[in-house]
Write a protein that binds this ligand. Structure first.
Ligand SMILES: [Zn+2]
Length: 317
């Protein structure tokens, strides 16, 4: 029997798992990235996390190691290309470093693609050839499956839907443009809007909090806070419009929603579905299924493990 190792490298934490080929987690570890200590120290911690999950699972036959990293990435060369939350990582050949260290086939992709691959093999994408995975979290990103294959685009840049521009007069985005989907509708954007409303002196229970997160806004809305409800309505309208645009372009079988904001549940999903139904162009696509991602807190690392299967199948197929 062979086993998979998946590593999710994030700006704040490194998560690793060792799994069976059908996605059963045998061991897992989460450690802080401590990105400020520099890339050599972070790479050492990645190696340590891989060693740990392998030894804890007590297995030897590793089919491959998958790594998900913040984009942009070059999947062909296995490079991380200067992500904003990993300072000093300019074109780092992480894939080959890990491959050489462990002497095992190692595969590499950006975190949104890896999460989509995880859903395809082990979650809500099983049995679906055409689906879009969308994460709404601190940022917004997507992984696109067309005809049973992940679509990466000509230069690995497909699925950067967080930077679709939805409002030319909208707020400035981290990328420098104005009115990007994620500047309007990410969890960070929602929290920021709530903070601004409090600063403007608007009446809301949120004004009692030291810091406001997206989850705080959802919870205040659930308790009847009027300002929080208005913020959620705006949030779900933009998320719905973004998803409607994606459905209009790709006509998928289903859309899978993951990331922190999606964990708010029905209070998020119901209004998003309403907006999608009203806004998708083709009538036959208006009822595209919108479902929650199935892989929970280990989604990134599990997806990275699934990347091994996806890439190996690619070679055989
Ligand atoms: Zn942007």
């Amino acid at each position: 029997m062979s086993f998979l190792v998946g590593v999710d490298l994030g700006g704040t934490k490194i998560a690793a798992v060792c799994t069976t080929v059908d996605g059963k987690v045998l061991s897992s570890v989460k450690i802080p990235t401590l990105a400020a200590e520099g890339k050599e120290a972070v790479i050492e911690r990645i190696i340590l996390s891989v060693k740990e999950v392998i030894s804890e699972a007590n297995v030897t036959d590793i089919l491959g190691i998958g790594i998900g990293a913040p984009g942009p990435v070059d999947t062909e060369k296995g490079l991380i290309i200067a992500p904003p939350n990993l300072p000093g990582w300019d074109e780092v050949g992480l894939r080959d470093i890990i491959k050489e260290y462990f002497g095992v086939n190692t595969y590499f992709d950006n975190d949104a693609n890896v999460a989509a691959i995880g859903e395809r093999w082990f979650g809500a994408g099983r049995g679906y050839d055409d689906f879009i995975y969308i994460t709404v979290s601190t940022g917004i990103g997507a992984g696109i499956y067309l005809g049973g294959k992940l679509y990466r685009g000509h230069t690995d840049s497909a699925g950067e839907i967080g930077h679709m521009i939805l409002d030319i007069d909208g707020p400035v985005c981290n990328c420098g443009n104005r009115g990007c989907f994620e500047a309007l509708a990410s969890g960070t954007a929602l929290a920021k809007r709530a903070y601004e409303a409090v600063q403007e002196g608007k009446q809301t229970s949120l004004s009692k909090l030291q810091e406001i997160s997206a989850a705080d806004v959802f919870s205040a809305a659930n308790k009847g806070d009027i300002l929080a409800r208005q913020l959620i309505e705006r949030e779900t309208t933009y998320v719905g419009l973004g998803i409607a645009n994606i459905i209009t372009i790709y006509n998928p079988e289903r859309v899978i929603l993951g990331g922190g904001v999606s964990q708010a549940g029905e209070v998020f999903f119901e209004p998003v579905k309403e907006v999608v139904k009203k806004s998708v162009f083709a009538s036959r696509a208006r009822n595209t299924e919108i479902v929650a991602a199935e892989l929970g807190s280990n989604a990134g690392a599990l997806g990275a493990a699934a990347l091994v299967l996806e890439e190996r199948m690619d070679r055989i197929g």
